[in-house]
Write a protein that binds this ligand. Structure first.
Ligand code: GDP
Ligand code: GDP
Length: 439
């Protein structure tokens, strides 16, 4: 399935409330965070699951700051966010009123030729009619009034966003008949993505289709390997790049997220010669939130000393605990060592992500787990967990029924997550638990 994630960018001068709104929009409904301790969240990129349609939210942060104040890489990401956005939310501050910086941003946004919604924030304690009149000079019709800090007006804003997003695209590959496994190779610049992809597609046993497909967001390269059909999702043009020898990669976090979104299995590369970086952790946080089956490739393993190898392993444990379910494979894309092994794991992983489990099996596992370690008391009454059924696939979702389930503490959720994972032999894919109270 080709599921593209629309992009909504938050723009505005400092202190108008962008990060407050970002936090409201990206607050997760499911307790994913509790189930995966240490999950690294990105402060600028997140997904909104609050409404009917899921979308990516980008807080452009310093868009209005002076150029010299922001580092060039950050500035480039802001430019790209504006370029790749489907919709822009332009935030202003009702308390402060109209400023010259607001007018500068308005002028710039008009040149972009994209849908823009003017969002007047901090309307708490202000007169909405006056605020609307004051900001009307910016030239954006129908502003939405909110108080992001109090969640006021946000439902209306969500409805407006959903109405303005482009329609969900249709899949291009489903017409092909039986399903191919969709794979994305993700990682920050220079970790070896294009070296790996070209090494893989150059393998003797791989047959690459003549005509790659294209969608709005990605080049799709179909190939066959050992009787399995795959589609490589290449949003960043990593294959083409190695042929053309482009000097600098225009790394786009949005494109990386779009890639993982469209994939069944994510191959995530880390440059082992550099170790685990903050950006690695944040990108991996996005992979987990997308719920994708995951393999971690520790690339550039060639030429590492024993100390360096140990250091990487220590870092993985300390900083990437939230993806401890994923297999970590040392490899050298440059020399080809480990590349075959890595791709041998993709098809089994895909099978796992869409495995089906029966209600009686899941309920038995639940009862065993509860018997050996009962849930705690809540308000003097014991939390009761009665039965479990499968609520979804890719990733597996297990729905647990009982009473007072909203009081199940995070530590107990993690205990159950581990118990199901072990009993079902689930590896390499996140496992989601959802609780429902029947009483
Ligand atoms: P950013 O720089 O645009 O990301 O702005 P922040 O989200 O950091 O918010 C700046 C300040 O405005 C913080 O002190 C927030 O608590 C405050 N703020 C944000 N939203 C509201 C709101 O709806 N009402 C009021 N009164 N204050 C708000
Ligand atoms: P990308 O930006 O993630 O696509 O990275 P590239 O594939 O362009 O690789 C970046 C650099 O790392 C290039 O100079 C590659 O030759 C080098 N490189 C890639 N894989 C390996 C590897 O396994 N070992 C070593 N030593 N270098 C590698």
């Amino acid at each position: 399935m080709n599921k593209s994630l629309p992009v909504v960018a938050l723009v505005g001068r400092p202190n108008v409330g962008k990060s407050t709104l970002f936090n409201w929009l990206t607050q997760s409904r499911d307790a994913l965070v509790a189930d995966y301790p240490g999950l690294t969240r990105d402060r600028h990129y997140g997904r909104c699951r609050r409404g009917a349609r899921e979308f990516l939210v980008v807080d452009t942060g310093g868009v209005a700051d002076t150029v010299e104040a922001v580092d060039q890489a950050a500035l480039r990401q802001v430019e790209q966010a504006l370029e790749e956005a489907d919709l822009i939310l332009f935030l202003v501050d009702a308390r402060e009123g109209l400023t010259a910086a607001d007018e500068d941003i308005a002028a710039r946004l008009r040149r972009l030729d994209k849908p823009v919604v003017l969002v007047i924030n901090k309307i708490d304690g202000e007169d909405p009619a006056l605020a609307a009149a004051e900001f009307s000079v910016l030239g954006f019709a129908e502003p939405v009034m909110i108080a992001a800090a109090h969640g006021r007006g946000t439902a209306k804003l969500l409805a407006r966003i959903e109405a303005l997003l482009p329609p969900a695209p249709q899949s291009t590959t489903e017409a092909d008949g039986d399903e191919a496994i969709r794979v994305a190779v993700i990682g920050r610049p220079n970790v070896g993505k294009s070296t790996l992809v070209n090494r893989l597609l150059g393998e003797e046993r791989v047959v690459v289709a003549d005509h790659p497909g294209t969608t709005r967001d990605a080049i799709e390269i179909p190939f066959e390997r050992d009787g399995h059909r795959y589609v490589l999702i290449d949003t960043a043009g990593i294959r083409r790049r190695a042929r053309v020898e482009e000097a600098v990669e225009k790394f786009s976090i949005i494109k990386a997220i779009q890639s993982m979104e469209q994939a069944d299995v994510v191959v995530f590369l880390i440059d082992a010669s550099e170790g685990v970086t903050d950006q690695d952790a944040r990108l991996l946080g996005m992979v987990l939130e997308a719920g994708k089956a995951l393999i971690l490739g520790l690339n550039k393993w060639d030429g590492l000393s024993r100390e360096q190898k140990q250091k990487v392993r220590d870092q993985l444990e300390a900083r990437l605990q939230f993806v401890d379910f994923a297999e970590k494979l040392p490899l050298s894309a440059l020399h080809g060592t480990g590349v075959g092994d890595l791709f041998d794991r993709v098809a089994p992983l895909y099978e796992q992500a869409q495995a089906e489990f029966g209600t009686s099996e899941l309920t038995r596992i639940l009862q065993d787990a509860v018997d050996s370690y009962p849930p705690p008391l809540a308000g003097g009454r014991r939390i009761k967990l009665k039965f479990a059924h499968q609520g979804g696939k890719k990733p597996p979702l297990i729905v647990i029924h009982g009473n007072q389930t909203e009081k199940v503490p995070a530590s107990y959720r993690r205990y159950l997550n581990r118990a199901f994972r072990e009993a079902l032999g689930i590896k390499g894919t996140p496992l989601r638990l959802e609780f429902r109270s029947s009483a």
